[in-house]
Each structure stands twice: as structure tokens, then as C-alpha cells.
Design a protein around this ligand. Sequence first.
Ligand code: 2AM
Ligand code: CA
Ligand code: CA
Ligand code: CA
Length: 268
Amino acid sequence: KGGIDLDIGVLDKFAQEIIKEAGERIRAAFSYDLIIETKSNANDLVTNIDRDTELFFIEKIKAFDVTHRILGEEGMGEKVESLEGVVWIIDPIDGTMNFVKQHRHFMISVGIFIEGKGKLGYIYDVMRDDLFYAIAGEGAWYNDKPLRKLTPVKLEEAVIGINASWVTPNKRVNHEKMIQLIRKVRGTRSYGSAAMEIAFVVSGKLDAYISMRLAPWDIAGGIIIASEVGAIASNLKGEPFDFLSQDTFIIGNPTVYQEIIANYIEQL
Ligand code: 2AM
Ligand code: CA
Ligand code: CA
Ligand code: CA
């Protein structure tokens, strides 16, 4: 229970139900025409299904409890400027480019915050029907299996998620140090869905994930799962991620996280 009179078990069951139902709707929608538009730049895509899915969540949640507020990427909810009360932070489709081009490798990400504290986190792989989730203080699961606490990994044996753009000269980070990091680790991967990469870190399939610009809805579900398995997340300065704007982001196995932050990240 939060400071609010609310049964977490009931809320969890409801959240899982609407996430799976949203997934069914997205899978069915592949038979219709997708309307693809661009947002901030030519590579920043949004579709009618991103918006429809966000609206679906808003309608369901408001019917469940009209006082709950929704912060979604597509901005169809109300303006959320604080985390008071119950706030759902939702990315209806994380990995829209994968959704459009690959018809796979995209996630629904949901984090439920009660009086500013992350209580319930979900990352749902829509095409695989795979759910990663956590209840704060009670544990984390991958479908029906509990997720284990992460164990130490050496940086030279780590596989990390990073987009190749941050290894080329850029304005956000010292790319020479990034090159050294890439040479040091066992391997790198780039999946094109932040939520998916976070899900892989909390389940030990990746040992860290680094991004130069993420928004609250990309990570809200994931960081709640992260604290249950002992993954560490912050911005690239090592400070808490700023939940009401955009920020740099790293999440990792504790040993890998510490070494990357100490020796390989220089935010410009
Ligand atoms: P999205 O698909 O929901 O937009 C790779 O692009 C990852 O970064 C995706 O998880 C994507 O989420 C996220 N991302 C965050 N901000 C973005 C932006 N301005 N343009 C494109 N992708 C962005
Ligand atoms: Ca987007
Ligand atoms: Ca996203
Ligand atoms: Ca999105």
C-alpha cells in the first residue's frame, strides 16, 4: 500500500490485464493500414497505433479510477508536472521504428508511481507475449518465473547495449572514451527499444545499457524492475534520472555500472 488507500494486488492485476489487451489490439491492427508520421525529425516516427494505444490506456485507467493521472509519450493524457497521487507513466509503443519496419522488437512500457515512489513496473514484448514486471518490495518476474538478483560481471566479459551514434563524434559524450569502452567489453548490441534493452539488463541478458537521451516513459517501467534485481540506474553524471524531462541514462549490473561511470563516461 502507498499513502493512498489502494490495494496493490488489485492494481497489478488490472495493469497486467490492460497491457495484454493493448498488445492484442496492436497485433490485430497489423491487418489495417498504418499511418506513419514524423515528429521532431525525419527519423522520429509516430503512427496512429501509438496514439490509439495511448488513448486505450487512458480510457481504461480513468474508468478504473478517475483520480489516476497518465503521462504518456503521445501527450494524450493531462499535463503531469508532479508525481503526487497515482501517476501512470506510459510508452504505448517503445521502438516505433522497429514496429513500423520489423513488425517486432517493440514494447509497451508502464510504470505506476504512488506519491512519487515507483510501485509497479511493466515491460511487455508485444509480439512475443513476454512480460517483465515488478512490484516494489515484493520482487520481479519474467512471465511466471522470478527474476534473480544480478551477480557481479567483469567489464571484459560484459555485453552492453549502446547505439553506434555515440561512438562517432557527437556533442553529448567524449566519444574517444566510448571507443575504449567498446574495445574493452565482450560485445555490444543495439535493439532500438530502450525498454527492451532495460528488460534485458534486469534479466541478465545484457550487463548495461547506455543512452544519451531518454524520456520518462522510456524508463519508468524498467527502473522499478531494476531496483528489485539490484540493477543500478542513473543519468550519465551518476545523478538520479530527471523524471519530469529528458536526460542521459545508464542502467547496469552494479559492478559493470560502477566501472563504466568511473572510467568511460565523460558527459560533455
Ligand atoms: P520510441 O520508439 O518510443 O520513440 C531508440 O530510438 C530508442 O530511443 C527507442 O526506445 C525510442 O523510443 C527512444 N527515443 C527517445 N527519444 C527519442 C527521440 N527523440 N527520437 C527517437 N527515439 C527516441
Ligand atoms: Ca517516439
Ligand atoms: Ca520510447
Ligand atoms: Ca513510444
